[in-house]
Write a protein that binds this ligand. Structure first.
Ligand SMILES: Cc1cc2nc3c(=O)[nH]c(=O)nc-3n(C[C@H](O)[C@H](O)[C@H](O)COP(=O)(O)O)c2cc1C
Length: 163
């Protein structure tokens, strides 16, 4: 089974989890990088980032040299922005053909994840969902424990589904 971890991270939390998952299950990594970040640093990021989600913006991403078709299993991770996935995920989910994959979802948030997984699943129709996990500000709150949780979660997904 070939696995890929696809993620976006604005402040590094989701990257921490994505890298832990990739290492745990020997997956490749694809970091989505917008050519222009939608949110500035500082307090204004909440306003600009939140507005970008509500407006359903799809920021242009740097080109990546990864063929999604090649993979059987996708782990897809994002920070929660305005109770949803961040705009670079919107670009990825809206423009990629993702079908007949086994998919696990993860997110990082500040305490209110809303309906993010339901929204991601709605974008990912014809696939099989293997699991979901959320992490509260892992860089601020015991990174080691969160990395351990991510490793166990991803390994269990492989074991439970005999991948
Ligand atoms: C624009 C913006 C909107 C956010 N909205 C939410 C939210 O709705 N709920 C929540 O719990 N955290 C929210 N957060 C906090 C982030 O989800 C949280 O800090 C996460 O760990 C960041 O992940 P990252 O470091 O990978 O970017 C928001 C952060 C930003 C910048």
């Amino acid at each position: 089974m070939k696995a890929l971890v696809v993620f976006y991270s604005f402040n590094g939390n989701t990257r921490l989890i994505a890298e832990a998952v990739a290492k745990a299950v020997d997956a490749d990594l694809l970091e989505l990088k917008p050519i222009k970040e939608i949110a500035p640093k500082g307090f204004m990021k909440y306003f600009c980032g939140g507005r970008a989600v509500i407006m359903n913006l799809m920021p242009e991403l740097y080109r990546y040299n990864v063929n999604i078709d090649y993979y059987d299993v996708l782990f897809i991770g994002t920070p929660v922005w305005a109770w949803s996935y961040a705009p670079p995920l919107n670009t990825f989910l809206s423009t990629s053909k993702i079908e007949d994959k086994k998919i696990a979802l993860f997110c990082c948030h500040g305490g209110v994840k809303g309906a993010i997984f339901r929204k991601m699943k709605a974008m990912l129709g014809n696939n099989t969902f293997l699991g979901e996990a959320d992490f509260k500000e892992p860089l601020k709150r015991n990174a080691d424990n969160n990395v351990k949780k991510a490793v166990e979660w991803s390994k269990d997904i492989f074991k439970d589904n005999k991948l």
